[in-house]
Design a protein around this ligand. Structure first.
Ligand SMILES: NC(=O)C1=CN([C@@H]2O[C@H](COP(=O)(O)OP(=O)(O)OC[C@H]3O[C@@H](n4cnc5c(N)ncnc54)[C@H](O)[C@@H]3O)[C@@H](O)[C@H]2O)[C@@H](O)CC1
Ligand SMILES: Nc1ncnc2c1ncn2[C@@H]1O[C@H](COP(=O)(O)OP(=O)(O)O)[C@@H](O)[C@H]1O
Ligand SMILES: [K+]
Length: 463
């Protein structure tokens, strides 16, 4: 699990270090880390460093001074000035300081560009010369290493603005939102988090973290010698409709391939269809530990009654698609809601673009008001708990953006809920395993084919 912090939390943490130890050289540590990663990305050849007027530029200048020790380094002061001591060090080390025209020309020979224009202090709208240079870098084959974040992005959001596109980003102490929230995250390339001796405590209630594969492996429910089908978890699926029969099959595929002890099907799709594809499914209600509701219901009648049925059973439920608009009154402790941005916006009565701009606060709001965990699906998948804590799932390739992926995911989450995982964890683990399966099976595969590959990914994860 990796922490995600805000720019202000980073500045506050840095200030606490300076208060305790006024002479501490955090910039020196940051610059050494940048230089070391630069050597790994491009071990030889000329380096071109684009430098801004603040401390991000300072990191870049001191890194340039390290690199100039043994290779040619060109420095471009993108905004005409740079950190004074850093610039002196770069000049003393033999860096060649050039103007915009010479920087553009140097790009042709460069083995690496270091982007140290703006970092935590970055505001949207780069000056035209910098934006043009960033575009030229993107059009060239030269790798870009961004210091802290690709200049032009906003540290605290996933929104994109004119910015560099990095192959590698080196950031300090902890991840920031732009490194993990799409579409900005895709501009960061591989993100290296470096410890520079700045501890960053977080307010647990407002924490944002990103899960990794080790978390998924740790949390995945494993059967043991005492297990039977009931103790492993029975999941009851009320999914699909006359109009969306495939959704029933997809939720069953997700649930079975995630390792359910038993799948019961109670939806309105003809049982013969389900059994012809999945003979182990048991048709009709019975003993179960969790339910899945809503996938493929469309706007069929009786949604409220069907959701209320889950309450009568006293079971936690995965609530997907149209069932999200038929939530019962009262707290839904232990339930998992799985909206995409459009569904979440309808639940909140706001625009889809508002959810896309403020995904964390929107997911938190619904979790807080319902008492359920909320898995907001999309390119970045957020799981908000009623406490306000948010966990981002392991990301995957964008091939998964296809009709039916959400149905499979609901089935997976149902199995995990039935196995006893708390709702938030079922959401994180379910979304992560689907993304990991897509990543290990470069697509495009349809969602049912990917569901069929879940067992080998789960198997290798737990091996
Ligand atoms: N806060 C910390 O704990 C540490 C910070 N360090 C570095 O310091 C950086 C933050 O430094 P600063 O606060 O000086 O901020 P930045 O260096 O990120 O940027 C601020 C400067 O850039 C200008 N600027 C920002 N956006 C612009 C835009 N769109 N167009 C034109 N000019 C723009 C601002 O006017 C200001 O002069 C971090 O990103 C990191 O690289 C490191 O040295 C290590 C520790
Ligand atoms: N850009 C994307 N990149 C990766 N995965 C995505 C992206 N957009 C959506 N997804 C995934 O696709 C699924 C879409 O869910 P949903 O829209 O509910 O599909 P459906 O209702 O058709 O089954 C989600 O599981 C989400 O994880
Ligand atoms: K930068």
């Amino acid at each position: 699990m990796r922490q995600v912090i805000t720019a202000q939390q980073m500045r506050d943490a840095e200030q606490r270090v300076f208060d305790a130890e006024p002479d501490v050289d955090l910039m020196g540590r940051a610059a050494r880390a940048v230089a070391k990663i630069a050597e790994g990305v491009a071990p030889s050849g000329p380096v071109l460093v684009a430098v801004g007027p603040g401390n991000n530029g300072g990191d870049g200048l001191f890194a340039a001074a390290h690199l100039a020790d043994h290779r040619p380094v060109t420095v471009w002061l993108a905004m005409g000035k740079g950190h004074e001591a850093g610039l002196a060090a770069a000049r003393a080390a033999g860096c060649h300081v050039v103007d915009a025209v010479a920087a553009a020309a140097a790009l042709g020979d460069a083995a690496l560009v270091i982007d140290a224009v703006t970092g935590l202090g970055s505001r949207p709208e780069l000056p035209t010369t910098t934006a043009t240079f960033a575009e030229a870098c993107e059009a060239s084959a030269v790798p870009v290493l961004s210091v802290d974040l690709p200049s032009g992005l906003d540290a605290d959001s996933g929104q994109v603005h004119d910015s560099f596109r990095a192959q590698h980003t080196v950031t300090f102490a902890a991840l920031k939102a732009c490194h993990v929230q799409e579409p900005a995250a895709s501009r960061c390339g591989q993100v290296h988090v470096v410890d520079i001796g700045v501890p960053v405590p977080q307010d647990e209630g407002q924490a944002v973290r990103q899960a990794d594969e080790a978390d998924v492996a740790r949390w995945w429910p494993r059967p043991d010698a005492t297990s039977d089908k009931y103790s492993r978890g029975v999941v009851m699926l009320d999914t699909g409709s006359e109009h969306y029969q495939g959704a029933a099959l997809l939720t069953v595929a997700g649930a079975l391939n995630a390792g359910a002890g038993m799948v019961r099907y109670t939806g309105r799709v003809h049982s013969g269809l389900v059994l012809s594809r999945f003979p182990s499914v048991v048709v009709g209600e019975g003993r179960a530990q969790a339910m899945v509701l809503g996938s493929g219901w469309g706007d069929t009648d009786g949604a409220e009654g069907r959701v209320a049925n889950a309450r009568l059973h006293g079971l936690p439920a995965v609530v997907d698609a149209n069932a999200l608009y038929a939530l019962p009154q009262g707290r839904l402790d232990g339930w998992l809601l799985t909206p995409h941005a459009g569904e979440l916006s309808r639940m909140l009565g706001c625009s889809r673009s508002h959810v896309q701009t403020e995904p964390v606060s929107c997911a938190r709001e619904v979790a807080r008001t319902t008492g359920a965990a909320v898995l907001l699906k999309g390119a970045t998948q957020y799981v908000a708990e009623p406490s306000g804590r948010v966990t981002i799932a392991v990301p995957g390739p964008n091939w998964t953006a296809q009709a039916g992926s959400g149905d499979v995911l609901a089935g997976i989450c149902g199995t995990l809920l039935a196995a006893g995982l708390p709702a938030w964890r079922a959401g994180v683990v379910g979304a992560s395993i689907q993304a990991m399966t897509a990543a290990r099976n470069p697509g495009p595969y349809p969602p049912d084919a990917l569901a069929a590959r879940l067992p080998e990914v789960i198997g290798s994860l737990l091996a």
